[in-house]
Design a protein around this ligand. Structure first.
Ligand SMILES: NC(=O)c1ccc[n+]([C@@H]2O[C@H](COP(=O)([O-])OP(=O)(O)OC[C@H]3O[C@@H](n4cnc5c(N)ncnc54)[C@H](OP(=O)(O)O)[C@@H]3O)[C@@H](O)[C@H]2O)c1
Length: 293
């Protein structure tokens, strides 16, 4: 199977490419924009998503069977500060990718976000109505609609907050929190911000399933536990055997972003026949994979 991973140099992309590259029979090529990955046996192409000619050339050259589209301006604040650029990268380019998949008979797996929902009640199901309240969420929801309106084989996978070791030069909440608690810094965890955190390798299990088998439609892949950021931080402190007394509960949301998010994944996990690990398993798996300096 020829698999093109767009946005392969990102946090999720690097784990996904590593996993797919280990499977005999998969030929994987990945794209990056600003951060060329270390040489790993897979092929890599520099791509600016808004360069339609570059995208077309990539499809012509590689002739993928399956495309995984991860590339995005994936930070809520950055999308808010540069709305036009975020629309061009997150929505317009996704529409172009969907069109190219259709033209080249490739299946598309598009990775989206819980931010398509409005955050008023949380633990959203696949068939709940999106109603984004951030520009980031709006661009991803519009991108989902651009994909879904075309007649070709596509899957959309929405996920929640993803944690794991992020690789050199990148940040992730859990390693940051671990370092912070190790140095004795307290952490103020909001009890009003709800998520379903997922360990990166468990998310990759779901993406790989959608790559290797055809499951059309919109799916939710995230952790089993629907928790506040306070509870998440306590679980991290416990899992890494750090002082949970440093995690202090704070009421309400510190920002204007939607706060009661998180995804109910029961339907998708049944469909994909995958287990749905919770925080305890995810944090233990992450700890067991701690990189050696
Ligand atoms: N991480 C999460 O917690 C999370 C949660 C929900 C949904 N998601 C979704 O998952 C996807 C991947 O997230 P991630 O955390 O892996 O993001 P990330 O680490 O920020 O990686 C983003 C990727 O997109 C590429 N990219 C950004 N702008 C580009 C452009 N204009 N042209 C071409 N490539 C561009 C980056 O390339 P360079 O790095 O080489 O510049 C990188 O490969 C996103 O679509 C995001 O919406 C992530």
């Amino acid at each position: 199977m020829r698999i093109l991973v767009i946005g392969a140099s990102g946090f999720i992309g690097q784990y996904l490419v590593r996993r797919l590259g280990r499977t005999p029979g998969h030929e994987v090529t990945g794209t990056f924009l600003s951060r060329p990955p270390a040489s790993d046996g897979n092929s890599w192409h520099k791509l600016e998503l808004t360069d339609t000619g570059g995208l077309e050339q990539l499809f012509r050259l590689f002739r993928p069977d399956v495309v995984v589209h991860l590339a995005a301006i994936a930070d809520v604040g950055t999308a808010e500060r540069s709305p036009e650029r975020a629309t061009a990268v997150n929505t317009t380019a996704t529409a172009a990718i969907a069109g190219l998949c259709r033209m080249h008979d490739a299946r598309l797996v598009f990775v989206s976000t819980e931010y398509v929902f409005d955050g008023t009640h949380g633990f959203y199901r696949e068939d709940d109505a999106p109603n984004p309240t951030t520009h980031y969420g709006q661009t991803k929801w519009e991108a989902e609609q651009e994909v879904a309106k075309l007649d070709f084989p596509w899957s959309i996978l929405r996920t929640s907050i993803v944690y794991g070791w992020p690789g050199p030069g990148r940040r992730n909440f859990v390693p940051w929190l671990v370092a912070s608690l190790q140095s004795g810094q307290p952490y103020l965890g909001s009890t009003g911000v709800m998520r379903t955190p997922v360990y990166i390798e468990h998310l990759v299990d779901g993406i790989v399933k959608l790559v290797e088998e055809d499951y059309p439609g919109t799916h939710h892949v995230a952790g089993k536990d629907w928790v506040s950021m306070y509870d998440f931080a306590v679980a991290v402190a416990d899992g890494f055997q750090l002082d949970r007394g440093l995690v202090i509960s704070a009421d309400g949301a510190p920002s204007q972003a939607p706060d009661m998010l998180g995804l109910d994944c029961a339907r998708t996990m049944n469909l994909l026949n995958l287990p749905q690990p919770g925080l305890t398993e995810g944090i233990a798996a992450m700890r067991a994979n701690t990189p050696h300096p």
